[in-house]
Design a binder for this molecule. Structure first.
Ligand SMILES: Cc1cc2nc3c(=O)[nH]c(=O)nc-3n(C[C@H](O)[C@H](O)[C@H](O)COP(=O)(O)OP(=O)(O)OC[C@H]3O[C@@H](n4cnc5c(N)ncnc54)[C@H](O)[C@@H]3O)c2cc1C
Length: 463
């Protein structure tokens, strides 16, 4: 960490907003006008819309993340977590990857910590659930699912086999519907190589408390998405929730009970709870309370955007939505555009210039549901174009491929897709990646001390 006479712009979180805001500030700033510091517990930004494809092996996991130090050259990148902020002293406490926590003073502050999985106190969830927020989880899920096929293929125990081949997904928004669509597709493909496992032996279950899935693409396409997944043998239970999943025994509110080794939790997100320790005004659901210029209300040197911010949706207000209900939804579309305005506003704020307002009208949404399958809703002025099937899937790939940050990553992602057209999908499970040292330890561990020598047998007594 550098100590400097220049003002410091501290960016908390190097995800979508953090990365783009840092790049914008560095681009607009005069030479040595400020020190830009980005703090994140990970050294890379994750392009979350590609996590389902990474879980299905259509994109290499490394190509879904962007190394921060390479793309925000000129900024100081600290790998650690901001744990508290003292707003009176303008000092943040950083817990680095290793060693003691330390304090870092700042002059301007950007809050871009995103969201965390929204969970409920469901018995068994913490022990059994797999989230879908980070690349580690996507890699873990892929290995885990393929490992279940390996297990089912090799066991003679019918109960173990049934549990291994039952996959439960909770949450049918973007993340849940896309993940189950992609993972089912991969498992169907992989089953071709197993002697004792076929797609018909597997059970995929999707549960949502709402009365529809994929609300982001509207009711008609959501219904199409549901029917499409059902046509692939996925059981979908709406208006129901999971009551418990202790030891993988899943109990749903509608009375259904199944044993499953795989419980994927994608039931929405909530703002990062660490925000409560940052001395900032928070909205009713825990977001940082911002105005339309992305400034935190009442603090003109602090800005926030993305999933952790409550930002008025000026376009929705203009379209007639009451202001008390018009907040920008937590998605990449807003995060990216907010980041750019935020970057400009930080530089203007530093120079004492006026701030720009953020306004963006929804451009629609695209979702991939496995190879060559998808739904897309494109908003063009007053018209909404609805696409499904292969064409929608091309839109999904085209849109996200172009939205992937940096030219380097775009090329890598398109190269993965191109290879995937000619080569068969990789279906190897590298489950041992989670414990890479285990085998070496077995070989290298000290031999156990020899047991105490047994007493010499007594000589046979002469009869
Ligand atoms: C599976 C999935 C699929 C999605 N698909 C789509 C889609 O198709 N279309 C779409 O528009 N949106 C999609 N989204 C949503 C989109 O990815 C998010 O809205 C977007 O990433 C939000 O950006 P952000 O910068 O606010 O948060 P993030 O990108 O999550 O970044 C937050 C960063 O803060 C860091 N951080 C956390 N705690 C701390 C701390 N204490 N100190 C410092 N740093 C911290 C994190 O490590 C992270 O790097 C999807 C999300 C998921 C999970």
């Amino acid at each position: 960490m550098s100590t400097t006479e220049r003002p410091r712009i501290l960016i908390v979180g190097g995800g979508y907003v953090g990365l783009y805001a840092a790049r914008r500030i560095l681009k607009k700033m005069r030479y040595a006008e400020a020190t830009v510091t980005v703090v994140d517990p990970r050294s890379y930004m994750t392009y979350q819309p590609f996590l389902p494809e990474a879980a299905a092996g259509s994109i290499s996991p490394r190509h879904v993340v962007v190394p921060l130090r390479r793309v925000v050259r000129g900024a100081e990148v600290l790998t650690g977590r901001v744990t508290t902020i003292d707003q009176d002293r303008k000092v943040a406490t950083i817990a680095p990857l290793v060693g003691e926590a330390y304090e870092l003073p700042f002059d301007y502050l950007v809050i871009s910590m995103g969201a965390v999985s929204r969970t409920f106190p469901i018995p068994g969830l913490a022990e059994q659930g797999i989230g879908m927020k980070g690349i580690e989880e996507a890699i873990g899920l892929r290995n885990h699912v393929l490992e279940q096929l390996d297990k089912a293929d090799s066991t003679t125990d019918e109960e173990v086999r049934r549990k291994a081949l039952t996959f439960v997904f909770v949450g049918g928004g973007f993340a849940g519907a896309e993940t189950i669509g992609e993972v089912e597709d991969m498992a169907r493909d992989a089953a071709k190589y197993y002697q004792n496992v076929s797609r018909e032996d597997m059970r995929f279950v999707l549960v949502d408390a709402a009365d529809k899935i994929l609300p982001e693409v509207g009711p008609k396409l959501g219904q199409y998405g549901k029917e499409h997944l059902e046509s692939r043998g996925i059981e979908i239970y709406l208006e129901t929730s999971m009551d418990s999943c202790v030891d993988g025994h899943v109990v749903l509110k509608n009375g259904l009970e199944v044993d499953s080794s795989t419980i994927v939790w994608t039931a929405g997100v909530k703002p990062n709870p660490a925000l409560a320790r940052f001395g900032l005004p928070l909205g009713p659901r825990g977001h940082v309370d911002c105005n339309e210029k992305l400034q935190v209300n009442g603090m003109d040197h602090v800005w926030a955007a993305g999933d952790n911010a409550q930002v008025p949706d000026l376009a929705a207000i203009k379209a007639g939505v009451p202001a008390e209900r018009a907040w920008c939804p937590p998605n990449a579309q807003h995060a990216l555009r907010q980041a750019k305005i935020l970057g400009d506003n930080v530089v203007s704020g530093m120079r004492g210039f006026p701030q720009k307002e953020y306004s963006h009208a929804n451009k629609g949404a695209v979702a991939g549901l496995g190879l060559h399958k998808g739904v897309a809703m494109i908003v063009m002025g007053k018209f909404k174009i609805k696409l499904k099937g292969r064409l929608a899937w091309y839109m999904h790939r085209g849109y996200h491929g172009m939205a992937m940050p940096t030219f380097n990553r775009k090329i890598r992602v398109f190269a993965d897709w191109t290879l995937g057209m000619f080569l068969k999908r990789e279906v190897v499970s590298l489950g041992a990646m989670e414990t890479p040292r285990e085998e070496f330890y077995e070989a290298a561990k000290p031999a156990p001390a020899p047991a105490a020598a047994a007493p010499a047998p007594e000589k046979a007594k002469a009869s």
